[in-house]
Design a protein around this ligand. Sequence first.
Ligand code: 0O2
Length: 217
Amino acid sequence: MEVNGIPLGFPVSFMQIKEMTMLYSCAMREICTKLENLSQEFELKEARNPIQHINHRLKKTESIRNKMLQKGLPLEYEVMRDEITDIGGIRVICSYINDIYAIANMLKQQDDLLIVREKDYISNPKKNGYRSYHLIVAIPIFLSSEKQIIPVEIQMRTIAMDFWASLEHKIHYKFEGDVPENIKNELVECARMVSDLDIRMLKLNEEILAITRERGR
Ligand code: 0O2
């Protein structure tokens, strides 16, 4: 059976795939609407919108399969549905680090969202330099005769973090995981520079805001 044109590699009925695609699409749509609502409110009431852009994706079947194998999970539909929490993924790109935590707190206060897991790779970057804030939420999807609770992973990053992560992702795939040592070291160094840049840009913005407030008095 195929999702996104790639065989899943384990037995799943056509209806299960269709249902899965529908449920995760509904869940991503609901969360995207929440984020777009926040964005619209910022546009109306605030001096600037902390949300630069939002995109979403349904996890590639190859990625689902690899993740299940890496975790030593049996390749079964029910296991995939219960254990893989990033089949539906949303990425929110923000200008500054503090925007990320502000948006995360706003989502955490929405009482129809269940917070499943929070991973702060900004405070605790991965060894390779990866920085991003991940919030796994579960949202109820109301169907004609039942309610399903569907998980969605929301990744929040700055523009600079996103630039780094997309290059690292490309490199990782290009070398099929076997990245030469010098490139790995260079990526760690770039991640340090990105972190430095994010902190400096945040401070700069805060200084500008303070001056603007001072002059406005
Ligand atoms: P793709 O192509 O985005 O689907 P868990 O989900 O908690 O059971 P996992 O996978 O370690 O375990 O969770 P984590 O660390 O939150 O990673 C989930 C996703 O975050 C990844 O999905 C990537 O999108 C992103 N990510 C995590 N670590 C890295 C990294 O080192 N570099 C980059 N570029 N992205 C990362 P997938 O399945 O890896 O890929």
